[in-house]
Design a protein around this ligand. Structure first.
Ligand code: G3I
Length: 319
C-alpha cells in the first residue's frame, strides 16, 4: 500500500509523529516510523531535563539516536523544544540571579542547536508562552521565563537559535490556538510584533491536541491568518483522545478530526507539515495524563491502522 510519506510528498507536505528513541529498536515501531513518516519529532529527548541535566553537562545520546534514524531514512527532524516552563531540571530554577539565568538560557540554546547543526531542520524555539487569555504567562511555574527574564526572553531565544544555525526554520509552538480565540489573537499580536522587530521567526506550530467530540471548524482560516504574516505554519502535535473504551462511533468521530486537521493543512499553501503526537496507542502520553482516556492515535496497540489513519490517507490523496 502507498505509505503516508509517499502520499504526503505527492501533496507537497510532510507527515510526522513524535517518536521515542528507546522504541526505535523495536521492529514493529522502527519499521512503521521508517516507512510511514517524513519528519520526526523527539517526544522528550530534546527537552532541557534530558539534554542538560546539570549545568554545562550535555547528554545527547537519545536525541542523537533519533537524528541518526532520520538521517538513515531520509527524514527531517523537528527539534522540540529549546525554551519551555516544563521539563526543566531543578538547577535552572535554582539560579537566583537573572543575568546568570539569561546566560544559562543562551548557553543552552547555543550548545544544543550547535550540537545538531543541519541534522535538525526545524526548532520549536519557544513552547507554550501564553496563558488562556493570550497574555505572556505570569502564574506559577508556567510563568518562569517571563517572570524572571521579561518578554525579551522570546526574541532573544530566537536570535540565539538563529546565530547557532542560520539554516534552521525557527518556530513558536502553542496549543489552544486552532480556532479564533483570545489566545489565538494574543499569539497573532505577539508574532506580528516579533516580525516587526526583525526577530528571526519562520513558523508557528499548532499543537492540535483534541477530543473525538471536537469539531475542528476554523482551523484552516486560523492557519491562513498566520501564514498571511509571511510565516510557515504546521500542525505539530495532533492527537484525538476519547473516553475509553473505544467504540466504532468514537473511532469514526476521531477519524473525522484527523481528516479535518490534515485537510486544513493541505488547504493552506504555507502549511508545511502534519505531525501527530505519537502514532500508536501502544505508546501514547494520553492514558497517563488523562486517566480513563486513550486510543488517541492513528494505529492501535498492535500497530493496526485505525479509521483515523485511513482519514489521513484520504485527506492526503485528495491533496
Ligand atoms: O525520564 C523519566 C524517567 O527517568 C522516570 O522514571 C519517569 C517516571 O517519573 O519519568 C520520566 O520522565 C517522564 C517523561 O515524559 C519521559 O517519559 C516525565 O515524568 C513526564 O512528565 C514526561 O511527560 C511528557 C510531557 O510532555 C512533559 O515533558 C510526555 O511524555 C510528552 O508526551 C508531553 O508532550 C508535550 C509536548 O512536549 C508539548 N505539548 C504538550 C505535550 C503533551 O503534554
Amino acid at each position: 500500500a502507498v505509505s503516508l510519506r509517499q502520499l504526503a510528498a505527492a501533496a507537497d507536505v510532510s507527515v510526522g509523529s513524535a517518536v521515542r528513541a528507546v522504541r526505535l529498536d523495536e521492529p514493529d515501531y522502527g519499521h512503521w516510523v521508517g516507512e510511514q513518516l517524513s519528519t520526526l519529532t523527539a517526544e522528550n529527548e530534546l527537552k532541557w531535563d534530558q539534554v542538560e541535566p546539570a549545568q554545562g553537562q550535555f547528554t545527547f545520546t537519545n536525541a542523537d539516536k533519533i537524528v541518526q534514524f532520520a538521517l538513515d531514512h531520509g527524514q527531517m527532524v523537528r527539534g522540540h523544544t529549546l525554551v519551555w516552563h516544563s521539563a526543566l531540571p531543578s538547577w535552572v530554577g535554582a539560579i537566583g540571579d537573572n543575568t546568570q539565568l539569561e546566560a544559562a538560557l543562551e548557553n543552552h540554546i547555543t550548545s544544543v542547536v550547535s550540537h545538531f547543526g543541519t541534522g535538525v531542520d526545524v526548532w520549536d524555539v519557544v513552547n507554550e508562552p501564553l496563558d488562556d487569555n493570550g497574555y505572556l504567562r505570569t502564574s506559577g511555574t508556567e510563568g518562569f521565563w517571563n517572570n524572571r527574564l521579561g518578554a525579551a526572553y522570546i526574541a532573544n531565544s530566537f536570535h540565539w537559535a538563529h546565530a547557532a544555525n542560520p539554516s534552521a526554520r525557527l518556530y513558536l509552538n502553542e496549543y489552544g490556538i486552532e480556532s479564533d480565540s483570545a489566545k489565538a489573537r494574543g499569539l497573532y499580536e505577539l508574532v506580528k510584533g516579533l516580525l516587526a522587530q526583525g526577530v528571526p521567526i519562520h513558523g508557528v506550530g499548532f499543537q492540535t491536541h483534541k477530543l473525538e467530540t471536537t469539531r475542528l471548524s476554523g482551523l484552516a482560516d486560523t492557519l491562513r491568518r498566520f501564514a498571511d504574516l509571511g510565516l510557515d505554519v504546521a500542525i505539530t502535535e495532533l492527537d484525538v483522545r476519547m473516553l475509553l473504551p473505544a467504540d466504532a462511533d468514537k473511532l469514526a468521530r476521531q477519524a473525522s478530526v484527523y481528516g479535518w486537521a490534515t485537510a486544513a493543512c493541505l488547504a493552506v499553501p504555507r502549511c508545511v507539515s502534519v505531525t501527530t503526537w505519537g502514532f500508536t496507542d501502544r505508546y501514547s502520553w494520553i492514558p497517563a495524563a488523562y486517566p480513563g482516556w486513550g486510543a488517541a492515535t492513528m494505529t492501535d496497540a498492535s500497530y493496526v491502522e485505525k479509521p483515523a489513519y485511513v482519514a489521513v490517507q484520504q485527506a492526503l490523496l485528495a491533496g
